[in-house]
Design a binder for this molecule. Sequence first.
Ligand SMILES: Cc1cc2nc3c(=O)[nH]c(=O)nc-3n(C[C@H](O)[C@H](O)[C@H](O)COP(=O)(O)OP(=O)(O)OC[C@H]3O[C@@H](n4cnc5c(N)ncnc54)[C@H](O)[C@@H]3O)c2cc1C
Length: 390
Amino acid sequence: MMASERPSKTVAVIGAGPYGLSVAAHLRRLPPVVLGEPMESWRAMPAPMFLKSVWSASSLADPDGRFTLDRYCDASSRGREPIPLEMFVDYGRWFQRQAVPDVDPTKVIRLGLADRGRFRLELEDGRVLEAGTVVLATGIREFAYLPEFARSLPGSLASHTGDHASFSRFRGCRVAVVGAGQSALETAAMLAEEGADVEIISRRSVIWIKRVLYARGGPISRLLYPPTDVGPPGLNWICAAPLLMSRMPVDIRRKIEVRSTRPAGAQWLRPRVDGRIPVTEGVEVTEAHPTGRALRLRLSDGTVREVDHLLLGTGYRPDVRKVPFLDDELRKRVREADGFPVLNQWFESSVPGLHFVGGLAGRTFGPICRFVAGARVAAQQVSRRLGELN
Ligand SMILES: Cc1cc2nc3c(=O)[nH]c(=O)nc-3n(C[C@H](O)[C@H](O)[C@H](O)COP(=O)(O)OP(=O)(O)OC[C@H]3O[C@@H](n4cnc5c(N)ncnc54)[C@H](O)[C@@H]3O)c2cc1C
């Protein structure tokens, strides 16, 4: 459809992961144009993976709660933890078919400004759309963080954990995994189970999340753990209230964020790592040099490793300046702080009509934005702004 055919009240949601789909499901009177491959990021993750998040924190959001994980599953798998990746992907696609049947999988290659405050979206197939409101829900994959020493290494020798849908090619290889978060630890377990010779190298000691009393359920468990389950007991209730968090001073928000998202592994993963995979804690990789088809690593304790591959479980650092399809002029008009767009209570940036949900909203609304559990409040706020919810 050409630009001139689209009314300015068109809402475009860019992204069809948990956040984009949840926002779109809330916009019923103004059905938006939804762009992006449904659940694409999750489909690119390694199949044997499990979700770190608990059952109550893993539903996408629709206004009436008709399409929750509970509604999707039959009695035999309801409440099953950890949640297998495959089941979650199937659930997300079911949610999409039920709540947002009309999704256009085409990628946006450029988002800029049109006249009269509207937005111009250029799609990879050559189409151009105009919209009065844009919700950017493209996730965090573009923001994979690589430490300085690894940036110039060839992909055959070093890669980010997020680059792999399978680890079978590492069978029989020596692999060092850097990091102690869930991705690093689960990647190490999957590599070892594929027959790789793995070592975990971490600056900090490995922490396994203890949810004391969680498994027992009941009122004490409900008191200690809100359904969103982001952050340790006490802080988890603050993280569960992102609108409240957005009103706190930024340095307090930052402290809550750091404490609530420190690298740690889920308890169910522990038996696949402890005693099976060597863990070198309290050191970091300081240098990495290719030596033919292998890589020589120098560690901060003065020791050296020779490996066939280095896998970096070093996380993601959302940065609005790095959104690949944001046009320069529009980017300059988005006020940012520490790389995050500054947002009002409607998840709207300094450019009226341009909303950011998911990881890029984290500086304003806290760590819940990094997880599926944050999709509900984002969807509600955006839809309130557009007059859909009271
Ligand atoms: C290994 C790993 C494990 C995780 N485990 C959990 C977990 O257990 N629980 C949890 O809550 N969170 C987990 N997360 C975090 C998870 O990524 C987020 O919770 C969730 O996926 C965020 O949803 P989203 O919709 O913002 O982004 P995504 O799910 O990444 O979706 C992004 C969407 O944007 C689309 N898109 C991207 N670029 C464009 C473009 N240019 N044009 C159009 N569309 C585009 C994609 O096709 C996709 O549809 C995990 C993350 C990783 C990396």
